[in-house]
Design a protein around this ligand. Structure first.
Ligand SMILES: NC(=O)c1ccc[n+]([C@@H]2O[C@H](COP(=O)([O-])OP(=O)(O)OC[C@H]3O[C@@H](n4cnc5c(N)ncnc54)[C@H](OP(=O)(O)O)[C@@H]3O)[C@@H](O)[C@H]2O)c1
Length: 261
């Protein structure tokens, strides 16, 4: 029988979608025995396994449910793996005025985008060794507050700040933590049309490019990964200009979609 304990693994949340799928593909080239692919939709996870093979272990979980997140710890306690990579990629986003969000949707978004990220780090670190890597997917939206993308941008501030500080704390153990901050990425997450108007995404890049750059940056021990000139430029601007000015510019840009007419 195959030895279960001490198998080297990568854990990827949101593995079945855009950026997560690309991370799964990249993990096939790493020296890991298993890739634990976490998402809600079983048929999409089955399709992932079909495409990428038996290394992919499907784990159906809804990361907006605390009990389902906690149940991952029980799998870890049973299998006792060595975690080489933890990629906290699952995330939800929706643009809209604050009154369009129900209490339940607000709570679920904060849980998936923030709590699940921190809880999974906390559960996984005891199974990591020097050289293990955590990649937490934040966003360029974390660079400044964004009205009408308010909740999403704020959750990504949490991820960026949490990850960078965790990286500093874990340095002595040889574990790196990278906050990945993409701009617009061509995936299903993006709403392509708002109020009948086709949305223009400035500087949009592919999921493949973001995942590749993130992994290279993580291996170089960087605490932040910024992909593409456009996002680098936005990052610099966000540091130079007052946030009130950035917010006004953003509101001006989204007026054409019917916000703040
Ligand atoms: N696309 C962009 O422009 C962009 C820009 C910056 C940052 N990001 C960030 O990048 C990450 C990946 O986004 P993406 O664009 O690749 O999105 P995507 O194509 O929509 O994929 C999202 C993945 O997360 C999973 N997921 C969503 N809610 C979940 C939940 N409650 N529990 C478990 N899994 C869940 C989805 O699978 P199921 O539906 O089967 O659960 C899917 O596999 C997110 O954190 C996002 O915020 C994206």
């Amino acid at each position: 029988m195959e030895k279960q304990e001490g198998r080297r693994i990568a854990i990827i949340t949101g593995a079945s979608g855009g950026i997560g799928r690309e991370f799964t593909k990249l993990m096939l080239m790493e020296n890991v025995d298993e890739i634990w692919a976490i998402a809600r939709n079983p048929s999409r996870l089955a399709a992932l396994k079909e495409e990428y093979g038996d290394k992919v272990i499907e784990i159906v979980k809804d990361l907006s449910e605390p009990e389902e997140v906690h149940s991952i710890e029980r799998i870890l306690q049973e299998k006792k793996p060595i975690i080489d990579f933890l990629i906290n990629n699952a995330g939800v986003a929706r643009m809209g005025a604050c009154e369009e969000f129900s209490v339940e949707e607000t709570e679920a978004a904060v849980y998936v985008n923030c709590s699940a990220v921190a809880v999974l780090c906390s559960m996984c670190i005891p199974y990591m060794k020097a050289g293990s890597r955590i990649l937490n997917i934040s966003s360029a939206s974390s660079f400044q507050p964004l009205p009408y993308l308010n909740l999403y941008a704020a959750t990504k501030v949490f991820v960026r700040s949490y990850s960078r500080a965790l990286n500093a704390e874990l340095k002595k153990k040889g574990i790196t933590v990278t906050a990945v901050c993409p701009g617009w990425v061509d995936t299903e997450l993006l709403i392509k049309e708002i109020n009948g108007k086709k949305v223009k995404f400035k500087g949009m890049v592919s999921a493949k490019k973001v995942a590749g750059k993130a992994l290279r940056d993580a291996k170089r021990g960087k605490d932040m990964s910024v992909c593409g000139m456009h996002v680098k430029y936005e990052h610099v601007l966000a540091k130079l200009f007052p946030q009130k000015m950035s917010m006004r510019t953003w509101i001006y840009r989204i007026r054409e979609y019917g916000y703040e007419k």
